[in-house]
Design a protein around this ligand. Structure first.
Ligand code: PLP
Length: 406
């Protein structure tokens, strides 16, 4: 059995796949570090070679970087093997992944259903689709499957969710929703950024498309903006790829190369994120029992969504009783800094009520408490994270108790 056959036929774990798969697909397996191929065009030896490449849609067309690129292909191969799906496509941001899905699969007169607490810029993007492209939208505020069913119309084409939502951890049962979507021939699209394909696999629960901001845990090092779309549906993939080819939305090779480096340690990093997040939540339970926290382990659907309790992306939400208490907490953190992102190796916090762009809208209208502070627990020594959080929590919880007394 050749190495290639072995890699493709063995039931390998995600860490092994992340490290070993991909290079052989593009004939570059002799290099343990996947090469960065930056050429805008691959030169061809003959007109026949060019014709074969252009006419064979099953072969990656490396003739021009806007269509495909070997480094990007390595990333896509690793990704789809970890997600255990047929197709993955890298694009130049998480928002681009959303745009490509909406523009390719929704036409004027189609209806989409979204929960009120999905990432706000996606709602903003959909607002453009509604105002300029004739798409109809329903935004729902409760997430039980029967609430989704009530919102379905004759022209409903897509349900787009995050499960759980970022940052409020509102819960959706993906398996039950997928069954509903199948019954009505609706495309279920899941933004799986929050959990990564290692911790949750919506396609195996019946979703048709997953998409990601690979800017977060997938790359993990805070130096790339990128996105990924995955599906098992060959026709949908073909349509999305056609539009990626024609628009130049493909991820650039250097970002792909950096993301490959990040992806190769994703399973390992997630173990440490999980270990550290667990230690932090234990500390909160023991030392600050009055403080509400939310995490993937506390959602009702974790089990039916196939989430292993050992898998955690290190994201937790602390829910202070007021916006002011949240601000005091954030102001007193020293090691943990404010970041408009998550999933990096360093711990980060983000207080929506205090300073986010969302502060201009009524957060409670989109299911986010004003006192909520998201913590992306990083990979530092856990005692250092605990020490920093403990001293800030002492001040913030004392203050919020006084608030309640007043
Ligand atoms: C859940 C979620 N989806 C999509 C995006 C958009 O991704 P990007 O910033 O890579 O465009 C983000 C960004 O924060 C996000 O948090």
């Amino acid at each position: 059995m050749s190495r290639r056959e072995f890699l493709l036929s063995s039931p390998l774990g995600p860490a092994t796949k992340a490290i070993h798969l991909g290079q052989h697909e593009v004939g570059l397996d002799q290099f343990p570090v996947p090469p960065l191929v930056s050429n805008s065009a691959m030169l061809l030896n003959s007109a026949e070679e060019g014709l074969e490449m252009l006419s064979n849609v099953d072969v990656e067309n490396f003739a021009y970087q806007r269509y495909a690129n070997p480094t990007v292909s390595i990333l896509e191969t690793k990704f789809r093997s970890i997600e255990q799906c047929a197709h993955s496509m890298a694009v130049n941001s998480g928002m681009t992944a959303c745009l490509l899905v909406f523009r390719t699969l929704l036409k004027a007169g189609d209806h989409i259903i979204v929960p009120h607490s999905i990432f706000y810029e996606i709602v903003d993007q959909l607002d453009y689709e509604v105002k300029n492209r004739g798409i109809e939208i329903s935004i729902i505020r409760e997430y039980e499957t029967d609430v989704f069913e009530t919102a379905i119309r004759k022209n409903t084409k897509m349900i787009f969710i995050e499960a759980p939502t970022n940052p409020a951890f509102l819960d959706i049962n993906i398996r039950a929703l997928a069954k509903l979507c199948e019954k009505y021939s609706i495309l279920l699209v899941v933004d799986n950024t929050f959990l990564s394909p290692v911790c949750q696999k919506p396609l195996s629960l019946g979703a048709v498309i997953t998409l990601y901001s690979i800017t977060k845990h997938i790359n993990g090092h805070g130096d790339v903006i990128g996105g990924m779309i995955s599906t098992n549906d060959a026709d949908i993939f073909k349509a999305l790829k056609h539009n990626r080819n024609n628009t130049g939305l493909i991820l650039d090779p250097f970002s792909a190369w950096l993301t490959i480096r990040g992806l190769r340690t994703l399973p390992l990093r997630l173990q440490k994120h999980a270990e550290n997040a667990l230690a932090i939540t234990r500390m909160i339970d023991e030392e600050f029992p009055e403080l509400e926290w939310r995490g993937v382990w506390s959602t009702n659907s974790a089990k039916s969504n196939g989430i292993d309790t050992a898998c955690h992306t290190g994201l937790i939400a602390l829910v202070f009783p007021s916006k002011e208490a949240g601000m005091v907490f954030v102001r007193h953190l020293r090691l943990i800094r404010i970041g408009t992102t998550f999933g990096n190796i360093e711990s980060l916090c983000y207080h929506y009520g205090g300073f986010a762009r969302e502060a201009t809208i009524d957060l409670e209208q989109i299911g986010i408490p004003y006192g909520l502070v998201r913590i992306s627990v990083g990979l530092e020594d856990v005692e250092d994270i605990k020490t920093d959080m403990r001293q800030a929590l002492h001040i913030a919880t004392k203050m919020s108790l006084c608030d309640q007394c007043a």
